[in-house]
Design a protein. Structure first.
Length: 293
């Protein structure tokens, strides 16, 4: 299975049609390269807010309210691209109204059959909490697809091991991470989280990122990180656990992920992190004992 993760440079499209054309052109590149699973970054839909009047797009809360007017178009775009290219598409995230002035940071998954599913972000960043209008999701999901069982962890969520562990225990072999970070430290936190989850669960983790500068947006102002596909660190996989990483200024990282090789590593690898996970949950180890040294 070929997985493509975007290193998506944020632009300033004049209207939704221009935004849709930008997204479609990038997905077309990945599909032509043979990708069966394509991941776009967190906050992707906010690029469409560039078409809003200057005073609206500069105000994060007003911008979210105005953005709801293109929600149906965004969902239709995701469906159309997935159908057109016969791919599974994580269409980034759209901060979606839940009523009463509240929103959720929602990652959409479109299938080749045109179906849509979603995973809400479960743990909010400081920026999201400070907005006063975004709330955390309350359901952790794994999706049964033609590619097998896959799961989505939105940016910050990949830094929390129990989410990914529950998804892995539900059969997910591929964790998809749409992300958006504005500092080098933030990008490194997400990268380290991705590699740790790949190590712990002996799974593939694929991370898409936003890139470039968008001074017009309070949320997409500065974008960092490198798109990459991560693997277990074991026999048969790269020694550094990186199957592919985008170049500086590049648009995509693509890698072929082998689920049979993953199963073999879990059975016969040098280590058995996924299988040995319960060892740390022994009752006697639930609390650390303090001793004088």
């Amino acid at each position: 299975m070929r997985v493509a993760v975007a290193q998506y440079r944020i632009g300033e499209p004049a209207d939704f049609a221009a935004f849709a054309a930008r997204v479609a052109a990038r997905v077309d590149i990945a599909a032509r390269a043979g990708a069966q699973c394509v991941v776009l970054p967190e906050y992707l839909a906010l690029e469409a807010a560039a078409a809003q009047p200057g005073d609206v797009r500069a105000d994060f809360v007003r911008s979210l309210e105005a953005l709801q007017g293109v929600r149906a178009d965004y969902e239709a775009l995701a469906r159309e691209l997935a159908r057109r290219h016969a791919i599974h598409l994580v269409a980034g995230t759209f901060i979606t109204s839940c009523g009463n002035g509240r929103y959720r940071n929602r990652a959409w998954l479109a299938t080749p059959e045109g179906r849509l599913a979603f995973q809400d972000k479960l743990t909010l960043t400081g920026f999201e909490r400070a907005s006063g209008v975004i709330e955390a999701g309350d359901v952790l999901k794994v999706f049964e697809t033609g590619l097998g069982r896959i799961a989505i962890d939105v940016c910050y969520d990949i830094e929390f091991p129990l989410y990914a562990r529950a998804q892995a225990e539900a059969g997910a072999n591929l964790l998809l991470v749409p992300s958006c970070t504005d500092t080098e430290a933030g990008a490194n936190r997400v990268r380290i989280g991705c590699q740790a989850r790949a190590l712990e669960n002996q799974a593939f983790v694929a991370c898409a990122v936003t890139a470039g500068i968008a001074d017009w947006s309070p949320a997409l102002d500065c974008n960092t990180g490198i798109a990459a596909v991560y693997t277990p660190v074991d026999r048969g996989f790269p020694a550094d656990g990186i199957a592919a990483a985008a170049t500086d200024g590049g648009d995509w990282a693509m890698a072929d992920v082998d689920l049979d090789a993953l199963a073999a590593a879990r059975r016969e690898g040098q280590v058995a992190n996924a299988t040995d996970w319960p060892a740390q949950q022994r009752p006697a180890l639930a609390r650390a004992r303090v001793e004088r040294a």
